[in-house]
Design a protein around this ligand. Structure first.
Ligand code: HEC
Ligand code: HEC
Ligand code: HEC
Ligand code: HEC
Ligand code: HEC
Ligand code: HEC
Length: 348
């Protein structure tokens, strides 16, 4: 079940994919801007014949980014059943799904694709703001303006993935962030996909960063919500390290326990580290969510509505998120830290 992303024609400004553009800073201005909306007597952005507030080459900031990023490997894709390889953030193509509901009765109670994660105001590519949320839950960022440049500074920052940090003004005045950009190292967007030995190195600060728009949503125990941005403690660290799937709950070891599907933050993480957490490692928003979108509701790193991971995709016909343990009896990945499948009756 799919719709196809509206492909961009004639808006590609680079010759091959393996070419740098941003180079970690501000790219050449006319990669994104047009001064007169005219070249060779033809409108550069035919969608904005009466002008564009930022002299952009396409109608919205996100449309400008997507013009290149839909055919780069990341982070759009064109077919929600054949997404591009994961690099960490997750793919926006699932916003086009007609159903993400793999819970009970999911086939007849569709959860539309706009619940797959952050929506994008990019009409030129068939994408629209969220139909459910008008602001960021826990905060006040306007969903109507949500797009690539709500999180990434188009002119670059010195930080990870040029995300905005403390004091940075977002989208020409729409918001000012108060918390720093996260400390992390990412994969090359042209390199090998995410795996257990090749993944974003989340070092710290992601929960506070998401909190720039989501307030202290999920942030502390006093609100009786799941903690984020706090140490996981010795007991949970040990559970994580021993847990090697529903069928092998005590067989893991700290040196090899890292699961890219259930990451934690730790300054010692590297893009190839396989070590599990210590008591001071932190549970973070990114433990359970991806930053862009996934083929599960709420940008879940796994589908929170299924009992066995192998049920993913069955009711909805959406993309099946791979089970890292590759076992038909595997239960929810919440068990990596809580091991509540100890009494699972495995009936082969
Ligand atoms: C990767 C795309 C991209 C590149 C490259 C780029 N811009 Fe922008 N620029 C944008 C977008 C998108 C906006 C609209 C505001 C937003 O969404 O943050 C913008 C807004 C602006 C603004 C008005 C708002 C502000 O932030 O001051 C100015 C001025 C500007 N750009 C100048 C430049 C100059 C000069 C260069 C080259 C040195 C450049 N831009 C390169 C995408 C880009
Ligand atoms: C002209 C084509 C083009 C446009 C337009 C474009 N990008 Fe890119 N982008 C690239 C290429 C090529 C790369 C990979 C190499 C590099 O980083 O320069 C990339 C990489 C990135 C990265 C990863 C960078 C890193 O070093 O970790 C981010 C984040 C990104 N782009 C965001 C954006 C955003 C946001 C916009 C819109 C404001 C945008 N891009 C517009 C071509 C483009
Ligand atoms: C620039 C502001 C901003 C930042 C930063 C931000 N969000 Fe959001 N988020 C929003 C808005 C606005 C919505 C509601 C509209 C939408 O889904 O596009 C939202 C919605 C969500 C949703 C619900 C999606 C749905 O479809 O129901 C989740 C989950 C989420 N955010 C998680 C995160 C996480 C995790 C981070 C950090 C990696 C983060 N957000 C960072 C603004 C933000
Ligand atoms: C809600 C904030 C948010 C929005 C909106 C957003 N990004 Fe990102 N993006 C991030 C974060 C955070 C990361 C790092 C993710 C990770 O490694 O877990 C990232 C990573 C990336 C990367 C590196 C590859 C990857 O998938 O990890 C690229 C390229 C990128 N973003 C481009 C874009 C473009 C283009 C758009 C709009 C089409 C966009 N982003 C919208 C927050 C956002
Ligand atoms: C332990 C896993 C976990 C962590 C950590 C976590 N979330 Fe969630 N999040 C969920 C689940 C599961 C849902 C589905 C709704 C629910 O269970 O309340 C959700 C739902 C959401 C929603 C949608 C709420 C709505 O009203 O539609 C947003 C936004 C969100 N999370 C943001 C965040 C942010 C921001 C952080 C970090 C500060 C975070 N989450 C940390 C698991 C988590
Ligand atoms: C990276 C590890 C990690 C993951 C994954 C994780 N949690 Fe947690 N969870 C924690 C930590 C740390 C606490 C706080 C424990 C404490 O204070 O003793 C916690 C607390 C809880 C609590 C409250 C327990 C109490 O004693 O009050 C519940 C319920 C819970 N988690 C459910 C979940 C669910 C459901 C998921 C999957 C959506 C999940 N957790 C995923 C680490 C994790």
């Amino acid at each position: 079940m799919r719709k196809i992303l509206v492909l961009t024609i004639g808006l590609c400004f680079i010759a091959g994919t393996a070419m740098a553009f941003h180079d970690g800073g501000v790219a050449h201005c006319n990669g994104c801007h047009t001064m007169h909306n005219s070249q060779n007597g033809v409108l550069v952005d035919p969608d904005s014949p009466n002008g564009n507030p930022w002299l952009l080459k396409d109608s919205t900031p996100s449309d400008v980014c997507i013009a290149c990023h839909d055919h780069l490997d990341q982070p759009l894709g064109t077919d929600p059943l054949a997404p591009p390889a994961l690099k960490g953030g997750g793919n926006f193509v699932y916003l086009l799904e007609d159903n993400l509901n793999d819970g009970h009765g999911g086939a007849t109670n569709p959860i539309p694709g706009d619940a797959a994660g952050h929506n994008l105001n990019a009409p030129g590519h068939g994408l629209a703001p969220d139909a459910t949320h008008s602001v960021s839950p826990g905060g006040s960022f306007p969903a109507s303006q949500m797009g690539c440049t709500s999180c990434h500074d188009p002119h670059g920052t010195g930080d990870f993935r040029f995300l905005y940090g403390a004091g940075r003004v977002v989208q020409d005045g729409l918001a000012t962030f108060t918390n720093a950009a996260p400390d992390a190292d990412g994969l090359s967007i042209f390199g090998a996909p995410e795996s257990e030995t090749n993944h974003t190195a989340y070092k710290g600060g992601m929960s506070a960063w998401c909190g720039n728009c989501h307030g202290d949503f999920h942030a502390n125990n006093t609100q009786l919500v799941h903690p984020s941005g706090m140490a996981i403690g010795g007991t949970i660290a040990q559970t994580y390290n021993l847990y090697n799937g529903t069928v092998d709950q005590q067989g893991g070891a700290q040196a090899t326990a890292y699961l890219a599907e259930v990451p934690f933050e730790d300054p010692a993480n590297t893009t190839s580290s396989t070590a599990g957490p210590s008591a001071s490692s932190q549970v973070s928003c990114i433990t359970c969510h991806r930053a862009h979108a996934t083929s599960a509701p709420d940008a879940g790193r796994w589908d929170f509505n299924v009992t066995l991971l192998e049920e993913d995709g069955l009711n909805s016909g959406s993309y099946v998120i791979p089970d890292p343990y590759n076992n038909p009896n595997q239960r929810s990945l919440c068990n990596k830290c809580h091991n509540k499948d100890a009494f699972d009756h495995i009936t082969p």
